[in-house]
Design a protein around this ligand. Structure first.
Ligand SMILES: [Zn+2]
Ligand SMILES: [Zn+2]
Length: 129
């Protein structure tokens, strides 16, 4: 009677090892799934932060009069925009500045070097140089 002293045959041992290894694989697989989910959540969290920063550093168009005779209807249909001084359109755009970086809150129609959009922050967030 082989293994009578320990009550364990090599077949019992093999079965036990298979069970143990199966459990081990299940645990490792669960760890991998957990890690994958955590990484996906991190990516979403980072994307949310980048989106929040891009929303802060968004484009603010500075417009001058375009010379056209725009109507309320043009504004409603998106052909023109209503700036404080009247209606204008994309052709009247003098420059784009960053809402966050542009510190010049004096004459809004004055073109300035400072705060130009896209600003260095936007370029960095988008991976541009
Ligand atoms: Zn900016
Ligand atoms: Zn126009």
């Amino acid at each position: 009677m082989r293994g009578a002293m320990t009550g364990d045959t090599s077949e019992d041992y093999a079965r036990r090892r298979v069970r143990e290894l199966t459990e081990e694989i299940k645990r490792l697989h669960a760890d991998v799934l957990y890690e994958q989910e955590r990484n996906a959540n991190n990516v979403h969290a980072y994307q949310d932060r980048i989106d929040a920063a891009l929303a802060l550093h968004s484009e603010w168009g500075i417009y001058d009069e375009c010379g056209h005779d725009h109507t309320e209807e043009d504004v409603r249909t998106g052909k023109a925009i209503d700036v404080d001084v009247g209606f204008t359109c994309e052709e009247g755009k003098v420059q784009s500045v960053c809402r966050e970086c542009d510190t010049d809150d004096g004459d809004a129609t004055e073109a300035t070097e400072d705060g130009e959009w896209p600003c260095p922050t936007v370029k960095a967030l988008k991976g541009e140089k």
